[in-house]
Design a protein around this ligand. Structure first.
Ligand SMILES: Cc1cc2nc3c(=O)[nH]c(=O)nc-3n(C[C@H](O)[C@H](O)[C@H](O)COP(=O)(O)OP(=O)(O)OC[C@H]3O[C@@H](n4cnc5c(N)ncnc54)[C@H](O)[C@@H]3O)c2cc1C
Length: 464
């Protein structure tokens, strides 16, 4: 006899577990099916363990620049296995935290693989053996995504790494090649560089972090190069050769072919949705480019089946997944939530220097037909950034010249991943330049650069 629920969520990542908790708050009887780790990629193999590693590389960088702050230390070294262990422990701690949260909210968790099994039905198996048959009025698919694999550059767990191997590396490579300069590639490149590796970052597009504002991309490339990273843009990887203990990439730039060698290679060339073996066949659920197609309330073509998070496509971000989960559940409960406004989802990259943005880039705003007013403020004009010894970077704001609406904000520099939320709130509240100019920013903080950037757009900048 099948177990009955109001809602069953397939996948326990930030999309799925947040949806399950919100549904429980709304008095639904909820089940969650997870085949690997609660917390999904985000907590176990993504957002969190990368930040734990990046914290270590920040510390390593600081320790090697103590002189600037009046300190001296000899024989600075690290134990790489301990650095990795700490990152895995942080991931483990958070994953068990999710287990506790689900328990507290009385969500029934099934350990296994969930698959649609007819209208309102889901089967759960573990190692191909049946675990449970579930019936639910509503089913949310939140099965996430995995690394895209380019033929010939398949991660082998030894010389070629995907993000999974890169998060639990067997060695600290002396020489590393990273293919792909999106957020994931740039973070790994920055981590290994700041831990002392010789890093080459290869990007097919003409700039790094290609979704960011062009000025931010240009700045990050220069900053990486200043840190002695080799950055190759506009590059086509023709192939990869493994040779015993090392690996090389054959790369073509402007018709010239070169072979780069390294100890390890990280392939970070995108994401594909986990749409396989989900029982989608014979349903009205549409899949496009490995992602499930939904409307703005997460509804698929099949009545009662919803999809959220990485499974539904870009932007592949944990906070997007969670927010979608809440919208879907609240819509199911009849609460009439606002639909997701993708343009108000902030994006952060935790490389050194950090990058954060929300809304339209200047180019996209122009493409959309806006007459723009642009403000810029460099951190070299900000007292706190100078006091911290991190005056690198800038804040750029893009306004609609006609209405003063904040169209987008783009930052590179210290703590910008913490600060972008200020502009995200501004955009969510449909703020114009008037309110931003009128806002009092605390002194001394790096956030004052956000104010100055707005002032600059309107010819009122003070500190530059
Ligand atoms: C290295 C790296 C760094 C990242 N850093 C950031 C960051 O800093 N900030 C950010 O916002 N995002 C980051 N991301 C992206 C973020 O991890 C994802 O956007 C987020 O995890 C998506 O959440 P989700 O719930 O949609 O899917 P996932 O987190 O992928 O969770 C899906 C879950 O479903 C389970 N599952 C799959 N199929 C089934 C099935 N049939 N039955 C049962 N269970 C199933 C999986 O085991 C998984 O646990 C990063 C990603 C990577 C790889």
């Amino acid at each position: 006899m099948a177990e009955q629920f109001d809602l069953v969520v397939v996948g326990g990542g930030p999309g799925g577990y947040v949806a399950a908790i919100r549904a429980a708050q709304l008095k639904m009887k909820v089940a969650l099916v997870e085949r690997e780790h609660l917390g999904g990629i985000c907590l176990n193999w993504g957002c969190i363990p990368t930040k734990a590693l990046l914290r270590a590389s920040e510390i390593n960088h600081l320790l090697h620049n103590l002189d600037a702050y009046g300190f001296a230390a000899d024989n600075i070294r690290y134990d790489f296995a301990k650095v990795v262990k700490r990152s895995r422990q942080v991931a483990g701690q958070l994953s068990s935290g999710v287990k506790g949260l689900l328990k507290k909210n009385k969500v029934t968790v099934f350990d296994g693989h969930g698959k649609l099994a007819g209208k309102g039905k889901l089967s759960v198996t573990k190692d191909n053996k049946p675990v449970a048959e579930i019936e639910a009025k509503h089913i949310i698919l939140a099965t996430g995504a995995r690394a895209r694999v380019i033929p010939g550059i398949e991660p082998d767990g030894k010389l070629i790494w995907s993000y999974r191997e890169a998060l639990a590396p067997d060695i600290m490579p002396k020489k590393l090649i990273v293919i792909g300069s999106g957020a994931i590639g740039s973070e790994f490149a920055s981590f290994f560089l700041n831990m002392g590796a010789e890093v080459t970052l290869i990007e097919a597009m003409d700039r790094v972090l290609p979704v960011e504002d062009a000025e931010v991309s240009a700045f990050v490339k220069k900053a990486f190069e200043k840190q002695k990273m080799k950055v190759i843009t506009g590059a086509k990887v023709q192939g990869v050769r493994k040779n015993g203990e090392g690996v090389s990439a054959i790369v073509e730039v402007d018709g010239k072919v070169q072979e780069l060698t390294a100890d390890r290679l990280i392939s970070a060339v995108g994401i594909v949705g986990n749409v396989e073996n989900l029982g989608l066949e014979g349903t009205k659920i549409k899949v496009e480019k490995t992602h499930i197609v939904t409307d703005e309330y997460g509804r698929t073509g099949e009545d009662g089946v919803y999809a959220i998070g990485d499974l539904t496509g870009a932007p592949w971000l944990a906070h997007k997944a969670s927010h979608e989960g809440i919208i879907v559940v609240e819509a199911i409960a009849g609460l009439h939530p606002h639909a997701m406004d993708v343009s108000n989802i902030p994006g952060c990259t935790y490389c050194r220097p950090q990058v954060a943005s929300v809304g339209l880039t200047e180019a996209k705003a122009k493409e959309a037909g806006y007459d723009v007013k642009v403000g810029r403020f460099p951190f070299i004009g900000n007292g706190k950034a100078i006091a911290m010894g991190e005056p690198e970077g800038f804040v750029k704001t893009v306004f609609d010249a006609k209405t003063g609406a904040l169209l987008g904000a783009h930052m590179v520099g210290p703590e910008v991943t913490e600060m972008i939320q200020g502009y995200t709130i501004a955009r969510t509240l449909e703020t114009t330049e008037a309110e931003l100019i009128h806002t009092v920013f605390p002194h001394p903080t790096v956030s004052e650069a956000m104010h100055e950037s707005v002032l600059d757009a309107y010819g009122r900048v003070i500190h530059i």
